[in-house]
Design a binder for this molecule. Structure first.
Ligand code: SAM
Length: 262
């Protein structure tokens, strides 16, 4: 057994300890012997030890230098260790020799939404993502228009993925226990994008702008991008608030903006 340093709070280090939950999380990714898997934040290896014998190749992205050193010293033939911040990590080299990869991670909670946004740029090449996050964030990912939880994260993810909230994980399953309840989500790219957008960058900018001030109307929030007449032309009420709009309506707004730019 390796002699690990004390868990680092600043890196969101809450290590999973419950073998049944660990097995359930790994099973949710349905790893095949031909799969390349990328794990975000392996830590002491709760998930990693089960993934190693399953995957054709396993990539680890870990920020903690001691843990990077530990995983590098394991000299496993199907393992590549990347000492990096996942938010800065370019997945292109990992994707270079394969059609797609699967991603898994018990994410550090302080950066969980930014990680999901970062991975969005590779959405077409990630066959499945299984992530553990704060339950509250999973609720936001899957939220529907009109609910309090519905926001930028819900719209951005639902345009690209089928989102499943699989099960919750109590704080007692970790060492040290976190202060919040956790949940497992699985994100699968939609076979057919129901609401296509001409430009993902314009869509992202539109959603961000629409939610920039939650209490304000679309007419006010969208001023830098579209005026009230342009919004009405899409049969969207300019005095509505972003939290009531469907993904289809956000796609229509973004596409109108893209057309105006071209
Ligand atoms: N997978 C392990 C488990 O389930 O027990 C550890 C999970 S722990 C919640 C989060 C892990 O992410 C830690 O190992 C931590 O060092 C790592 N981490 C924190 N910030 C990171 C970042 N920006 N990029 C990559 N890894 C990070």
């Amino acid at each position: 057994m390796a002699d690990f340093a004390a868990p680092r709070k600043s890196l969101g280090q809450n290590f999973l300890q419950d073998p049944n939950i660990i097995r359930k999380i790994v099973d949710s990714l349905a790893v095949k012997a031909t799969d390349t898997v990328l794990e975000i934040g392996p830590g002491r290896g709760a998930l990693t030890e089960l993934l190693l014998p399953l995957a054709a190749h396993l990539h680890l992205v870990e920020f903690d230098r001691d843990l990077v050193q530990y995983w590098a010293s394991r000299n496993e033939t199907n393992l590549t260790v990347h000492g990096a911040d996942i938010l800065q990590f370019d997945l292109t080299p990992v994707l270079s020799n394969v059609d797609s990869i699967k991603v898994i991670g018990n994410l550090p909670y302080n950066i969980s939404s930014p990680v999901l946004f970062h991975l969005l740029q590779y959405a077409d090449r990630i066959a499945s993502q299984v992530v553990m996050l704060q339950k509250e964030v999973v609720d936001r990912m899957a939220a529907q228009p009109g609910s309090k939880q519905y926001g930028r994260l819900s719209v951005m993810l639902q345009q690209r993925y089928h989102i499943e909230s699989l099960f919750t994980v109590p704080a007692t399953a970790f060492f040290p226990p976190p202060k919040v309840e956790s949940a497992i989500a699985r994100l699968t790219p939609l076979d057919r994008i129901l609401h296509p957008v001409a430009s993902h960058a314009d869509f992202a900018a539109m959603v961000k702008q629409a939610f920039s001030m939650r209490r304000k109307t679309l007419r006010n929030n969208l001023k830098p991008m579209l005026n009230a007449t342009q919004i009405s032309a899409l049969e969207i009420d300019p005095s509505a608030r972003a939290e009531t709009l469907t993904v289809a309506e956000f796609a229509a707004l973004a596409n109108a903006f893209s057309t105006q730019q071209s």
